[in-house]
Design a protein around this ligand. Structure first.
Ligand code: NAI
Length: 344
């Protein structure tokens, strides 16, 4: 029986993996620690590793895992910007869950927008204190406003459908436009200039890092709302904070944060928050932060567990790895997976 070391495990992960454990003939060793160069040693004696969004799979981590006999890393998430593929290539196969519930993320993005705009989070706290004043709770109609969507893949397209349901006009930017979806594509500059609400649904890559920065913020309408449920580093947080302080940005809904790795998923309520930018953002009345929870629905957790376990089953059965991500494929644009082979 193969043993998989699970990093950054929380009770809600365990429930869904334990539920299906027997069917897959796998043993799990759960660690609460995040995976990084220091904790990689803990996987010694295991056959594979299961990691998550805030684990740090840099070159050193990969090397230590490899030296300790790890052959496969099953990411239980879709994003893989935290993995050094150049180091993993030829040594450790990296698998992921490309889609588990795009609805979960798109619905959370809209939930955040509605909360931030109509200030239900503040109203909830007020009415619990029998404060029924409406001062400071004025929102705006979404109907007739323009939503600018950056990234029109699985999640972006569902978010577009949700926006259309609210009567929003939708424009989008994506260097690889979706065909036959009736999406009104514009360039990034036009999107920034025309949108009342901008929502990010693209992956974090070298070209998308800080796609929202001083330069793009300067193009935006006064009072623009920005939603980020993708990856924190898509936004230059200091530039955003500056734009909020100068009242150029009307609201920011952030499910992810540039420097979230150390803090998100953990309880810091008894500590002094060392990150001044995060602290200042959270203190703003027009900023709503959630802790990378957009994926957190029962359906998504079930799909994450099943796809991860199927990925591992295929790996140990010597099958082609449909959900493998590799350096070679990314670099050359051609993929052995298309020919039903493994990446190496
Ligand atoms: P996807 O791969 O289906 O779509 C991504 C889209 O972004 C593609 O259409 C691609 O062409 C586009 N894109 C690539 N480079 C771009 C650029 N420079 N500018 C604009 N668009 C660009 O991915 P999916 O499933 O829709 O997920 C999107 C992102 O959502 C993921 O990369 C991940 O970072 C994030 N995510 C966040 C979760 C959360 O819990 N907060 C959960 C799952 C995903």
């Amino acid at each position: 029986m193969k043993t998989i070391a699970f990093y950054d495990t929380k009770p809600y992960d365990k429930i869904y993996f334990d539920k299906h454990k027997k069917e897959y003939d796998l043993e799990f060793k759960y660690f609460e620690n995040k995976l990084n160069a220091d904790t990689a040693m803990m996987a010694r004696g295991c056959d594979g590793v299961c990691a998550f969004v805030n684990d740090d799979l840099n070159g050193e981590t990969i090397e230590t895992l490899y030296e300790n006999g790890i052959e496969v890393i099953a990411m239980r998430c879709s994003g893989y910007n935290n993995v050094d593929f150049s180091k993993a290539f030829g040594k450790i196969h990296v698998l992921r869950v490309p889609a588990y519930s795009p609805y979960a993320v798109a619905e959370h993005a809209m939930a955040m927008l509605l909360t931030l705009n109509r200030k239900t989070h503040r109203a909830y706290i007020r009415t619990r204190d029998f404060n029924f004043s409406l001062n400071g709770l004025v929102g705006f109609d979404l109907h007739g406003k323009t939503a600018g969507i950056i990234g029109t893949g699985k999640i972006g397209q569902i978010f577009i459908d949700i926006c259309r349901g609210f009567g929003l006009r939708v424009i989008a930017y994506d260097p690889y436009p979706a065909k036959d979806k009736g999406i009104d594509y514009v360039d990034l500059e036009t999107l920034c200039r025309e949108a009342d609400i901008i929502s990010l649904h693209c992956p974090l890559t070298d070209s998308t890092k800080h796609i929202i920065r001083q330069e793009t913020l300067d193009l935006m309408k006064d009072g623009v709302y920005i939603i980020n449920t993708s990856r924190g580093k898509l936004i230059d947080s200091e530039a955003l904070l500056h734009a909020i302080k100068s009242e150029r940005v009307g609201g920011a809904a952030l499910d992810v944060y540039e420097e979230e790795t150390e803090y998100f998923f953990e309880d810091y309520s008894e500590e002094i928050m060392p990150d001044d930018v995060l602290s200042r953002l959270i203190s703003m009345p027009n900023v709503l932060v959630t802790s990378h929870q957009a994926f957190l629905t029962k359906e998504a957790l079930e799909n994450i567990a099943l796809t991860t376990l199927n990925n591992l089953k295929d790996y140990y059965a010597g099958q082609p790895l449909v959900n493998e991500v590799c350096y070679h494929c990314q670099k050359n644009g051609s993929c052995k997976k298309d020919h039903k082979e493994r990446c190496f």
